[in-house]
Design a protein around this ligand. Structure first.
Ligand code: 5GP
Ligand code: ZN
Length: 114
């Protein structure tokens, strides 16, 4: 989708600090980090919200979670802890309508979230 910001980042049409990429997913640093490590893991394929995920996407979403955990481990946060978050639609604060998994680590994260 040429109008989608994260499709364009996945296609390297818009620059981002890419941490990891393969045929299915891209991970890059959030432009407005909320923790010492704050990156986003996205599928290359456009999916607008978590509401649009189908059973055929189950492995892809699992890959996103696996990749986030691997990045957390590589950065030394596996034991101390980290958070992964999907925001879905307005009440959760979703602002970019291409699914993305937030990975946050490096500080004590409050619960419940705001
Ligand atoms: P949401 O609120 O939709 O869950 O999260 C969207 C995230 O995308 C926000 O944390 C925001 O800082 C990040 N973001 C928005 N535009 C850009 C951009 O152009 N580049 C990068 N790297 N992150 C972005
Ligand atoms: Zn997209």
């Amino acid at each position: 989708m040429s109008s989608c910001l994260f499709c364009r980042i996945a296609a390297a049409e818009i620059p981002a600090k890419v941490i990891y990429q393969d045929a299915d997913v891209v991970a890059f640093e959030d432009i407005n980090p909320q923790a010492p490590l704050h990156c986003l893991v996205i599928p290359r394929r456009h999916i607008a919200t978590l509401n649009d995920v189908t059973p055929d996407d189950a492995a892809l979403v699992g890959t996103m979670l696996y990749r986030a955990a691997q990045i957390a481990r590589e950065r030394g946060y596996a034991d101390g802890g980290f958070r992964t978050v999907f925001n879905c639609n307005a009440d959760a604060g979703q602002t970019v309508f291409h699914i993305h998994l937030h990975l946050l680590a490096g500080r004590r994260l409050g619960w419940p979230p705001g």
